[in-house]
Design a protein around this ligand. Sequence first.
Ligand SMILES: [Zn+2]
Length: 474
Amino acid sequence: VPNKSDDIELAWLPDLVYTGGRFETGTALVCDRAGRIISLAPAGEVKEGKVVRLKGRAVLPGLVNSHSHAFQRVIRGRTEYRTGEGRDNFWTWREMMYSAATRLSPEDLYDASRLTFLEMALSGITSVGEFHYLHLAPDGSAYDDPNLLSKTVIRAARDVGLRICLLRVAYARAGFAASPNPKQIRFIEADAESFLDNAERLRSELDKDDAGSSAWVGVAPHSVRAVPLDYLKEVFHYAREKRLPFHMHVAEQPAEIAACMKEHGRSPVALLDTEGFLDERFTGVHGIHISEEEARALSRAGSIICACPTTERNLGDGVIPAALLFTEGVRVSLGTDSHTQIDLLEDARELEYNMRLKKLERVVLNEASADPSALAASLFDCATRHGAASIGMPAGRGALEAGQPADFFTVDLHHPSIAGACPEDLLAHVLFSLSSAAVREVVVGGRMIVEAGQHRAAREIVEKFIALQKRLWD
Ligand SMILES: [Zn+2]
C-alpha cells in the first residue's frame, strides 16, 4: 500500500468523491508532492494537518475538452445575424471567422486564448485538445520560429493552469480542384515534409519541458478537403511511429462528403477506413453525416468521435447520431469547438436531448438500465474518460483513481441548481442541471487553479480581452 506519510503532500476531503462510477462518502483523495493521487483512503485514516476539508462539496474528475479553436472566441455574439440575401450556414459563418483569423497578432492570439481557457477552467475543464491551424504571419510569411503561434496557445493554457494537447493542424489547400483562398494563407504548409519538420520540432521541445505532462503534441490533418491523400499518408505514418493522437474534422457538412466522393469515390470515413487510418488513436471530429456501416468501421478500429453539439447547433451542422454510435460501441468525446458556449456538460446533455427530440422518447442512450445515474454516467464518461483517450493524455485516464493525476473540480452541494440531490442521483443532477456557477474549486496536478469560484488572474485576463475586442471590432 503506497501510504508512506512522508510522500503525502495533501489529502482532500470533500463530502462526496465520484470514483468507480459512484459517489463515495467519507473518502479522502490522498496526493503526493507531484500532484498524483496515491490513494482514496477512509477519512479517519488520514493524518490531521495535511487535510484540506472541502465542506459541502462533491469532487468529480476534471472535464476533458477534446476539440477547441481558442481564437474563435473573438467572434462569439458577432455572427448571429444574416450576412446577405442567401441562406446563412456554416460556409457564411466561416467567412466571418476568417476575417478574425487573418488579423490576430501573436499577442492577440495569447489574449484571446487565455480568456477561452479561463472560461474553461471556471467550468471544471482541466485539459484541452487545441486544434490549432494558425501557423503563419498575416501576410503569409513564416515566423522565425515556425511554432511561434502553437507555443503562444500553449503558453496561454499553461498560464491559466490547464493541460493542453496541441493538435498541430496540417492544411495544404482550399479543397479538391479549388483555387487558393487568400483568407487561408496563415494555415498553409503546402508539403508534408515541412509540416512534419515543424511538428517534430515542437514535439521534441515539449518533451524536454516536463516529459510532456502539461503540454504535448498531436497531429491533425484539417479534413479530407484540406489535405490530399499522399500528404495524409505521411502524417498518419508519422503519428503512428510516434504514437501521437491523430485528429481530423470528418463528416461535418454534406458538401465535404460530396467533394470527397468526387475526388476519391468514397465518403470520408470510408476513405480513412480503406486507407487504414482508423485506429484507437484516431478521433473524427463531428461525424454527423455517417452511415451504420461507417459507425461499425469506427467501432471495429476503436476510434473515437468527438461531438461538439453546442457548436453544431449554432452552425446548423446537423445532429450527431449518438444512438447509432452508442449502439455500435463507438466512444464519443466532447468539444466546445467554436466556443459559442463553454460548458462541456451542456454538450454532454445535448447528445441525449437531440435523440429525445428526434425520437419523441426519453432516456434514449441508456435504455437498458433502471439505475438513476446510469445514463448520466455514460454521458459523463464522454466528458472525461473518452476525452482523455482522444487527446492521448500522457498520464491520465480521466478518472479519480490511485496513480492518476489529481485533476478534479468541486461542485457546491448547496447551489440551487443541484440542491437536494442524494448520492444515488447526484450525477444525474450534475449532468442534466448543473449551472457552471456551482463549480467552486478546480485542481490540476494537485495545484488549485480556481478557488471559491475565482481564478487569481481573471481580472487581468478579462481586461486584456476586452481591449483586444475593442481593437478588432470598433
Ligand atoms: Zn473544429
